[in-house]
Design a protein around this ligand. Structure first.
Ligand SMILES: [Zn+2]
Length: 207
């Protein structure tokens, strides 16, 4: 706009910016006629008015070109899509971290109980072969019975320990917080705000 040549009543010309920046009623600097300049009248002169309107249209068209509406719409919704991706990635990472922690705890407990089982196995090595070998060492029925009683006692003890361990492992479980939870309660939702001035609490869910 500033570069437009404006025609003055005296026939001289000046740039639009020069004219507009002058105080109304100052002397013309472009000629020797010593006349006042009335800015409002000068810009209403048909030749000047047409030039100014034409320039205004050019400026508006340029602005429309830059702010291509389709591009704006695409950009806005691409942004939301991107935000959903990022949020999803963060949640997946959090879930994975927690999953690994939980599974580590399970593994630790499992190993603890396995080493408990191994101890009882070591202490109670009773097999059919050993049992026969021991009985063969005994020479009379009295001794054999005594050995058998001992073996039965050992076997009963072993069974008791095994049952204890079976009971123990049944006490462990993975507890889900809620089986039918809504993912949107954790993830978030796609919202729409009727009035932009209402602040952040007034978004309605888009279905
Ligand atoms: Zn003049």
């Amino acid at each position: 706009m500033n570069e437009i040549d404006v025609t003055l009543p005296c026939g001289g010309t000046t740039k639009y910016s020069n004219l507009i920046n002058q105080e109304d009623g100052t002397f013309c600097q472009n000629c020797s006629f010593k006349h006042y300049l009335n800015i409002n009248e000068i810009i209403k002169i048909p030749g000047n008015k047409e030039k100014i309107l034409k320039k205004e249209i050019e400026i508006l068209l340029e602005r429309f070109d830059l702010n291509n509406l389709n591009q704006l719409v695409e950009k806005k919704f691409d942004e939301i899509t991107f935000q959903i991706d990022i949020h999803s990635e963060i949640l997946i990472q959090k879930i994975n971290k927690y999953r690994i922690e939980l599974q580590e705890k399970v593994k630790r407990k499992r190993n603890e109980i396995i080493s408990q089982v191994e101890k009882t196995e070591i202490n109670n090595k009773i097999s059919k072969k050993l049992f026969i070998e021991e009985l063969e060492k005994d020479e009379n029925l009295f001794d054999k019975s005594k050995t058998e009683e001992k073996i039965i006692q050992k076997l009963t003890e072993k069974e008791k320990i095994e049952n204890e361990i079976k009971d123990e492992i049944n006490k462990y479980k993975f507890l889900q917080n809620e089986k039918n939870f809504k993912i949107e309660a954790i993830f978030g939702y796609f919202g729409f705000q009727k009035n932009l001035k209402e602040g952040n609490g007034n978004y309605k869910k888009i279905f």
